[in-house]
Write a new protein. Structure first.
Length: 475
């Protein structure tokens, strides 16, 4: 382990790395069920077979990408089908259905061609260091602003959209919008109906878990985030049994632990249909590939730079060693996703939870990757982790990442304003890539109109122009 991952050199131990890997996995385990839900309209499109195929593809592709990160880059980052990108992919598939009249499954197989092409392009760009050059073209002020912007995004996910509850009146109802957003408890009860008790339990679980993490971290107890999440889970399960009168483990009684490999083979595994894809037109295909490439590239770059800077893995210029290998791992994950049958695989911002738990090497990523593989068999167990418990971790890690704000020179408007734009745009858009794009545009415009256009690199001009085209022409 020492020779493979250089644990002593990185100031860590096997125990710390494994705990960090488990922590990362627990914060992102939701993706194994949510991804197939999003890509099949919660089971409405493509039938059970497609849902099972995407579920297995999610586990396998996440494991492949994350394990590549462990051995190629020796970094503690985990990968899975990116949120936002999977929703966009589902919209693309639905559009292919409407344009061509194909079945959802046939359209899905056509859409996988886009993911394959994107992944291959990224492999080429990574091998020839072009993606690395793009990273270096990002101005220092924007690099410094990425981590705190991601922190705000994590806070927003944790408090605003991670733990939703449903009732006979509909849903989902969310903590920030529907619980704290109501002026009085009576209004909240009226709006949420019979979901109100579950919302109260969610809020209590979230904040008790957060306080446990903060206290344990203050006492410098290793694995504080993991222990806090486990404590929050137990609190939620007890509350579910006592106050909601439901058995939190009921789903395990009828759950199947046998992987549906036959469904994977018949629906998504190596199922590419280029002839059906071209029915939507070559120009549309090209614009879709460019859109997926830009969002994925800057989501990954943002997560790597932001999380690495929080962990002290960057130099004084904000550069991360082994960036090329990390980006290459991301590209391998996307290709693996297309081959097995899921949308773009990207580095997950939840990796920050594992980093905060002490993860510093690829052993953290290896642990997470192995757990993704295990989920092929133990998915029902991973599925009972309550969203409120993962919210506790996301809120705490988001708070810590805000510390990067002190590194930004707000007296320099070319640093301060782009950072401020990223701080608000990332959580609102739900995309790290879009936040960085707007930040780059703001930086370029400010430099040009303050007479400092020579300080902007040619590549930064090109990237800013591409984002302008993407925002206003491609959509």
């Amino acid at each position: 382990m020492e020779k493979l991952f250089k644990l002593k050199q990185n100031g860590t131990t096997v125990k710390t790395e494994i705990i960090a890997g488990i922590t990362t996995f627990m914060t992102m385990a939701y993706i194994i069920a949510l991804n197939p839900n999003l890509l099949t309209g919660f089971g409405k499109n493509g039938g059970t077979s497609l849902w099972n195929g995407i579920f297995l593809a999610t586990c396998i592709a996440s494991a492949i990408g994350t394990i590549c990160m462990a051995f190629l880059a020796n970094k503690p980052f985990a990968m899975a089908p990116g949120m936002g990108l999977n929703s966009f992919f589902a919209i693309v598939i639905s559009n292919i259905v409407s344009i061509t009249g194909l079945s959802y499954l046939e359209s899905f197989q056509a859409g996988l061609c886009i993911i394959l092409i994107e992944g291959v392009l990224f492999l080429i760009l990574s091998i020839f260091n072009i993606r690395d050059k793009i990273v270096n073209a990002i101005p220092l002020g924007i690099r410094l602003g990425i981590a705190p912007a991601i922190g705000i995004m994590l806070l927003n996910i944790g408090v605003g959209s991670n733990a939703g509850v449903y009732s006979s009146k509909g849903g989902p109802f969310y903590v920030m919008r529907d619980f704290f957003g109501a002026l009085t408890p009576s209004l909240a009860k009226t709006n949420m109906g019979d979901a109100y008790p579950a919302m109260v339990l969610t809020v209590v679980t979230m904040f008790v878990g957060l306080f446990i993490i903060a206290i344990l971290s203050h006492k410098k107890i290793k694995g504080s985030v993991l222990w806090g999440m486990l404590s929050a889970s137990v609190i939620y399960w007890i509350g579910e049994a006592l106050f909601l009168h439901t058995n939190p483990f009921e789903s395990l009684k009828t759950a199947s632990f046998l992987p549906a490999f036959s469904d994977l083979a018949s629906t998504t595994l190596f199922k590419f249909n280029f002839s059906h894809l071209m029915q939507i037109g070559w120009f549309t295909v090209i614009t879709l590939i460019i859109t997926f490439c830009m969002i994925d590239m800057f989501d990954t770059i943002g997560t790597l730079v932001g999380t690495a800077s929080r962990a002290g893995m960057t130099d004084e210029n904000g550069n991360m060693p082994q960036m090329k290998e990390a980006l290459l791992s991301d590209a391998v994950g996307t290709v693996a996703g297309s081959l097995t049958g899921t949308s773009t695989v990207t580095t997950f911002v939840e990796s920050a939870a594992g980093v905060e738990a002490g993860g510093r090497t690829g052993l953290t990523a290896l642990t997470t990757g192995i757990l993704f593989l295990a989920c092929i068999f133990i998915a029902p167990i991973a599925a009972i982790i309550p969203a409120a418990a993962t919210s506790s971790a996301l809120i705490y890690v988001g708070f810590l990442m805000l510390g990067g704000l002190k590194k930004i020179d707000f007296s320099d408007i070319s640093q301060g304003l782009p950072a401020a734009i990223m701080l608000i745009c990332m959580p609102i858009s739900g995309s790290i890539g879009h936040g960085i794009g707007l930040g780059l545009i703001a930086y370029t415009v400010i430099k040009v109109f303050t007479g400092k256009f020579k300080e902007v690199s040619v590549l930064t001009y090109i990237i800013s122009a591409l984002f302008l085209i993407k925002f206003f022409l491609v959509v």
